[in-house]
Design a protein around this ligand. Structure first.
Ligand SMILES: [Zn+2]
Length: 234
């Protein structure tokens, strides 16, 4: 077999190994990013919760003011009661008094509801803060783990590329450029074996003429159908 072709087969094998390793780094990084994304989501949740707490507190204040106002009103009504002159006036004051008391009762009801909500918010907040702390620890651990893993993969890749460089040096430059050109589109199937007289890149049968040339010749021959570099498995 053509010496360049023989080396090209090794080179293609090395490129294949490298392209299988490279996604491992991306996968490791993606996993870590997912967890960081989750942490951001939980932090947003905490932010939302704190806004709800603020709103509830404002609402409690408003209701307390309402109670204050209506208490003042009742006091004034009581004062007027002492100098009431007619039955009609008395009824009107009574009605006003009743309305003020209703408003106070309603505001008190609202306040106790809001206070219960605040209690729930407090325990929820504690929960979320615990979760954030857990995630922080997990991310720290995962980050260390990811760094170790990617370093290992990068070391493997370096070994592969060093090996590639060594082999590439032994191949004629024109052949190498030709291979890289095919690799742009054929990726890891740029150099393929002929099996049962068919190209194992495009699976189309190779005619007898090209096939016999492949068997005899010492040239680098490409598939007439797809253009991949062919070799006979030995
Ligand atoms: Zn082909």
């Amino acid at each position: 077999m053509n010496k360049d072709l023989q080396n090209l087969i090794s080179l293609a094998q090395i490129d294949k190994e490298a392209s299988q390793l490279e996604p491992q780094i991306t996968n490791i990084e993606n996993e870590l990013n997912e967890k960081i994304k989750l942490q951001t989501q939980v932090q947003d949740e905490l932010e939302d919760l704190r806004n709800s707490v603020k709103k509830a507190k404002v609402s409690i204040n408003t209701n307390e003011l309402m109670i204050q106002e209506n208490n003042d009103k009742i006091e004034q009504i009581d004062k007027k009661m002492s100098s009431v002159k007619s039955e009609q006036e008395l009824r009107a004051l009574d009605a006003e008094n009743g309305l003020a008391k209703e408003k106070i009762a309603y505001a008190n009801e609202q306040i106790s509801k809001l206070e219960k909500e605040l209690e729930n918010f407090a325990s929820k907040e504690q929960e979320i803060q615990n979760r954030i702390q857990e995630l922080e620890q997990e991310i720290q651990d995962d980050r260390e783990e990811a760094q170790k893993k990617t370093a290992k993969v990068r070391a493997e890749l370096k070994k592969i590329f060093d090996n590639k460089e060594k082999i590439a040096k032994t191949i004629d430059n024109k052949v190498l450029i030709f291979y890289e050109k095919i690799r742009k589109w054929a990726k890891d199937t740029s150099v393929v074996a002929v099996k049962k007289q068919a190209c194992s890149g495009c699976y189309i049968r190779i005619n007898d003429m090209v096939y016999s040339e492949l068997l005899r010749s010492d040239d680098i021959i490409t598939c007439p159908h797809c253009g991949r570099i062919l070799y006979i498995e030995q």
